[in-house]
Design a protein around this ligand. Structure first.
Ligand code: NDP
Length: 603
């Protein structure tokens, strides 16, 4: 044992080698192409809506609005809310689902919960005077909150539900966008706000035989309670005589596996890469504490969370949970006297902190899971932020139940194939009645595939051709050649795991730009080439370090399945962080010049 190993209590070099081996055995040549798009033969997994009236129909609409918002999840709701506050009343939301909620409309799988603290995550808590029931809200409460926002801002009357936008085309003659939908609508809009969220399109593992399975199957984002019985809180008694397979062990599976395990006769969990599963410790909201909160508390709390995420000093960690523990210890190097002096030293310090954190995660597995082989298979061997960290207190213990079996498919790079009777893995056929795909979403796929909507700007130019060599935007929101068009989401802006806070800040800014364009009597607004180039250059300067890290990671959507240089989920973000980005936008607005934006006024 060398000195370093003795001092640390573990061997960093051995861990480095283990991480590398675990990564190498999972990297597949087909990378992101290993997944099936939910189109064609597989459209039923994504386009059918188990929660809405299948008989719903209406006549096609031909009309015109000032602002069309595509998507009625939190980002669309926030766009609607902030535009209303900015005095823009002529709004139209177009939403594929039968109600508001987006991710939380579709994802009603058992145990679904947000792993970001509800006081930071649920938007507009102060505006609506709503106190979340628990520190971490479950799906039903989050869905209800989206409905509450819809009601509060009068958005129900302004929304076409069960309507999928197919294409958006700019008409330069009339300076309007034409929006066409699956219901043959032609809605003209002066401004368009794209608010599609990040986990919009589900994906399936591209397994041979997947369409030959004779049992029942569905994706977690279209949970079939008609088959399982019960609802998101449990009661899935119809599974009592069923053998069930769940494919995947990401953030979704971590939450639904224990619930299915509670009811199924037999549950096989097919795992390719283990998640890191840290302590959750959910608890009811203390009403007395709630009463002490002062106006502006939610923004302060979110900013505190953002500050920790980007390594800025804070007097107190207000959220104080698993996420902020990671921010404080694994993502941020020590300050003061212990501050690393060089970039290399900083990298070493963070790597050791990461090993410590992941050792703790692995120890938790050993402390919880009784069967030694199962415990070993459940241990993640990669850096903490290589994959989405998860937090759950029920997942690991459920593998101590006799009816729950972990099938480790890491050596085979995944499940091999599907037969009419079940799932083949490691050369063995597991006969099952039901296959549940917890296989995730098109989060880092190319934009065309991810959005599934054709967008054509001036002179018929496709947005996706324009972005073929990388995004080209100002602040991540708008692109030259696409007048009066805005994008809310993860693009060339600052990223936060607390997505709704990020969307809210983006919505405020976009609402300002639209309201100002109208106030200044301009017909169109779009970035200048120079401002767009400058923004892209600025962001390009940020990438380098992050890419090197992602290359060492086990594959997943964070690193485009092991090929981060070809595009990854958070590639090109504004790395100084959300607070810094918001500050930059605030100064831009205060300046009042709309710098870098070209406004076309009637001559
Ligand atoms: P993920 O993409 O994280 O997970 C998909 C899973 O399917 C992985 O475990 C993957 O393995 C596995 N898989 C894919 N193909 C195969 C195969 N051929 N054989 C075996 N396994 C396979 O999707 P999730 O739906 O779990 O999560 C997506 C994101 O949604 C999260 O990262 C998070 O951002 C968000 N989310 C947030 C929650 C919250 O609490 N806020 C809750 C749930 C989701 P491998 O890892 O090896 O690729």
């Amino acid at each position: 044992m060398n000195g370093e190993t003795q001092e640390l209590g573990f061997d960093p070099e051995a861990l480095r080698e283990k991480y590398q081996r675990e990564r190498d055995k999972r990297v597949r040549e087909d990378g992101a192409d290993q997944y099936f798009e939910m189109a064609g033969a597989f459209a039923r997994y994504a386009e059918e809506d188990p929660y809405a009236d299948p008989e719903y129909s209406r006549a096609p609409i031909t009309d015109e609005v000032e602002v069309a918002i595509v998507g009625g999840g939190f980002s669309g709701l926030l766009a609607g809310a902030r535009l209303s506050e900015a005095g823009v009343a002529d709004l139209r939301v177009i939403e594929a689902g039968g109600d508001f909620g987006g991710t939380w409309y579709w994802n009603r799988y058992p145990g679904a919960q947000c792993d970001i603290e509800s006081y930071c995550y649920l938007p507009l808590l102060e505006e609506l005077g709503y106190m979340p029931r628990e520190k971490y809200s479950y799906a039903t409460e989050i869905f209800e909150h989206s409905q509450r926002i819809g009601r509060h801002y009068g958005l129900y009357d302004k929304t076409h539900f069960q309507t999928r936008v197919r294409s958006i085309d700019w008409d330069d003659e009339i300076k309007r966008w034409h929006i066409s939908t699956n219901r043959d609508d032609d809605i003209k809009a002066r401004f368009v706000v794209m608010a599609l969220g990040t986990a919009t399109r589900a994906k399936l593992p591209g397994l041979p035989g997947i369409d030959e399975f004779e049992g029942h199957s569905f994706h977690t984002s279209r949970w079939d309670y008609g088959y399982t019985g019960g609802d998101t809180t449990g009661g899935m008694t119809e599974l009592a005589d069923k053998r069930v397979a769940i494919i995947g062990t990401g953030a979704t599976a971590i939450q639904c596996v224990p619930r299915v395990g509670q009811y199924a006769q037999q549950l096989y969990v097919f795992q390719r890469t283990p998640s890191s599963v840290d302590w959750r410790g959910n608890k009811p909201t203390d009403p007395q504490w709630w009463e002490t909160l002062q106006p502006g508390w939610q923004r302060e709390r979110r900013e505190n969370f953002n500050a920790l995420a980007s390594g800025q000093p804070v007097a107190v960690d207000l959220v104080h949970d698993g996420w902020t523990d990671i921010f404080r210890n694994v993502v941020t190097a020590p300050k003061g006297a212990d501050k690393p002096k060089t970039r290399e030293e900083r990298a070493q310090v963070l790597e050791i902190a990461d090993f410590r954190k992941m050792n703790q995660i692995r120890q938790r597995v050993d402390d919880t899971v009784e069967h030694a082989d199962t415990a070993e298979a459940l241990k993640p061997y990669y850096r903490q932020m290589c994959k989405r960290p998860t937090f759950n207190d029920e997942f690991l213990p459920c593998f101590n139940e006799d009816n729950v079996t972990l099938v480790d498919v890491s050596d085979a790079k995944g499940v091999e194939r599907i037969t009419p009777k079940g799932v083949v893995a490691n050369g063995r056929e597991y006969e099952v009645d039901c296959i549940i795909y917890a296989s995730g979403f098109e989060i880092s796929a190319q934009f065309r595939r991810r959005l599934g909507i054709e967008i054509n700007g001036r002179d018929g130019m496709s947005l996706f051709d324009c972005w073929a060599d990388g995004l080209r935007t100002l602040h991540g929101f708008s692109t030259r050649g696409f007048p009066n068009w805005f994008y809310i989401g993860v693009s060339q802006n600052a990223f936060s795991v607390n997505m709704t806070a990020m969307f809210d800040d983006q919505a405020r800014h976009i609402a300002y730009v639209i309201a100002e364009t109208r106030r200044r009597d301009a017909i169109t607004v779009e970035p200048t080439d120079a401002a767009q180039d400058e923004w892209v250059d600025l962001l390009n300067g940020f990438h380098v370090g992050g890419l090197g890290f992602l290359e060492t990671c086990t594959p997943g959507y964070y690193n485009n399945e092991g090929a981060p240089r070809a595009g990854s989920a958070f590639f090109g973000a504004y790395t100084p962080g959300v607070n810094a980005f918001n500050h930059l936008l605030e100064e831009w607005r205060e300046d009042g010049e709309m710098a870098g934006m070209e406004l076309d006024r009637p001559s």
